[in-house]
Design a protein around this ligand. Sequence first.
Ligand SMILES: CC(C)(COP(=O)(O)OP(=O)(O)OC[C@H]1O[C@@H](n2cnc3c(N)ncnc32)[C@H](O)[C@@H]1OP(=O)(O)O)[C@@H](O)C(=O)NCCC(=O)NCCS
Length: 165
Amino acid sequence: MEKKIVLLQKHHDKANFNSETPLLDNYIIKQASQDVRKDLSACYVLADEENKVLGYYTLSSNSVSRDDMPEDLIRKFPASYSDLPTILLGRLAVDIESKGKGYGVHLLMDAMERCLALSEQLGILALVVDPLDQSAVQFYRKFGFILIPDTGKMFIAMQTIRKLI
Ligand SMILES: CC(C)(COP(=O)(O)OP(=O)(O)OC[C@H]1O[C@@H](n2cnc3c(N)ncnc32)[C@H](O)[C@@H]1OP(=O)(O)O)[C@@H](O)C(=O)NCCC(=O)NCCS
């Protein structure tokens, strides 16, 4: 049975989380709970039976400038939408001991499903990620994310997610 992904809670053990990406490790260890309390992000974790965090991701509402998006995507949108509504998958990481077991893809699909559910309640054009390095770009490309020129960010349109899930 697939492990459940739930909102980060007090009982989750994240003290030794190590994805070999210090920025993402420090975030879950030191900052995630505060950001959640301040309504800056929602943090979802995949944990084992002892509540040890094996992987996590965060979601926040977000927008991208119309000028940054590819012409073929925005052509059909009214010009009055200067900023386009998106969801930011701010962080995604899996602990080194759990890498290569499909948890990364499980977390990403869970994030996409959540965005799909949200998109029935508010307008969301796309899911956006901000890959930390070239390896992360390769990971997201595998799942259909497209680079947003000049920003380093990538996106996948909600319409594409709808077909995927
Ligand atoms: C990227 C990351 C989340 C992947 O997690 P994971 O649990 O090891 O990945 P999975 O086991 O679910 O792998 C899913 C697929 O992606 C591939 N993959 C994993 N990491 C990859 C990478 N860096 N580049 C390209 N493909 C990758 C796997 O080979 C697998 O493909 P397959 O099913 O065809 O074999 C994890 O390696 C990580 O935490 N990296 C450091 C932080 C990071 O880069 N986060 C993402 C950007 S912010």
